[in-house]
Design a protein around this ligand. Sequence first.
Ligand SMILES: Cc1cc2nc3c(=O)[nH]c(=O)nc-3n(C[C@H](O)[C@H](O)[C@H](O)COP(=O)(O)OP(=O)(O)OC[C@H]3O[C@@H](n4cnc5c(N)ncnc54)[C@H](O)[C@@H]3O)c2cc1C
Length: 428
Amino acid sequence: MPHALTELKLTEVARAAADPIQEIGTDVCVVGAGIAGLSAAIESARLHRDVVLVDSLPLIGGQMVHSLIGLFCGVFGNAPGYAQLTHGVFDDIFRDLAGELHFQRGHTTTVFYNEVALGRWFERTVREAGIRTILGTVLLRAGLSDGRVEAIDLASRYGDVRVRAAGFVDASGDAALTWQAGLPCWVPERTIYGSQQVIVENVDENHKPEPGEIDAMLAARGEEHGLLRRGGLAFFFPGRGTAVLNVTHIEAPLDPVRASQAQFDGRDQADRAIGLLRSEFPKAFGEARVRAYGFPGRRQTRWIKGRHQLAAGEVRAGTRFTDAVARTAWPIELHDRADGYVWEMFGADHVHYVPLRSMTPPGAHNLVAAGRCVDGDAAALSSVRVMGPCAAMGAAAAHALDLAAGKDGSVHDIDPGRLHQRLAPNLD
Ligand SMILES: Cc1cc2nc3c(=O)[nH]c(=O)nc-3n(C[C@H](O)[C@H](O)[C@H](O)COP(=O)(O)OP(=O)(O)OC[C@H]3O[C@@H](n4cnc5c(N)ncnc54)[C@H](O)[C@@H]3O)c2cc1C
């Protein structure tokens, strides 16, 4: 109901000579609110830790929600058993969002999700868990002293914030926290491509191309249409008239100017690919329109140098480490060529593992990485960076910090037996 205009006074304000920095103290500070960081934050809160979750985006969800990935991979084992390999947050999502998911069985089980419903689910879950979020804040500095990260400084449009914490999780995807702490990281010697994901609407799923047809068409005609990637996939969400297109390759530079340019290049590539789909598959895509472009998708950019580098040989052999904390059966999927990618699948009973040592930089006692910035050679990381193992690593980071809590505790001295006991559903 409208009210009569009353006197509304104004207060004059001016910036102080030295900007005050808001200080926040907590048990666990998680940098990065993608699937890995969300899993770490939620698990830490369930362990009764006070948690601060930070992201440079103004929203939580990371690539899972905002790059429009649309499909959980690596959560289940291969056919014919299709065992669920990661539980935790996935059990909750599968229970609460049943109507917003579609399970598809092929060489493994993948799970299509409605990214809007999933994003809201995480927002509710984070709030109910009492996690404090500081969004739209970019990590500027990380103070490392005597082998411990003591505090991080963040910049936001509303002013600067300092977060002091007993333990930190680097779930930034680009190892931003480890990098700012001055600890060694890896970058690949040649580009590992990201993709510009797109959701198109007005598609007719009754005429969707057979598996492999889109890939073959883009391989045959991509070059003449100026496409960098000569192949791709469309994931039709049953009953919605929409499809997620993963049909581009874009560079994922760490340089801010080039990164911004790559974003526009990616949208151009997506538009060209959609034009081609419209003309080549008119029954399925003839009326297709872009509903949303995702934020640029980044696969492997910069990652931590941990105590152990997971090797492709260990992935192929399914090496079970004494400090294993996460597992998956997802293939090696290395996008290190502009026109395509390496795809190496594994057998029926295959499972491979991530050890805690690949998540812990040797130079810090209270820092654990999780998600796509843990230590692996390029091929090994290309398999364990999918969302199933990313969530498992997030949960493991929470437990590692919980077990290492205390003034002089170290994530390098955790009893692997105790850690295993806590993570058993994701390992056995
Ligand atoms: C195009 C593409 C398609 C893919 N397809 C699939 C698929 O079908 N299924 C699947 O399971 N996986 C897929 N993946 C892989 C998977 O999506 C990602 O590896 C995974 O989502 C990574 O999760 P994360 O939590 O480690 O990182 P991210 O989701 O990248 O989250 C990192 C967060 O950290 C924040 N951040 C970064 N730097 C800073 C900073 N300096 N300060 C503050 N915040 C910061 C970012 O804003 C971001 O929100 C795909 C990846 C890409 C790029």
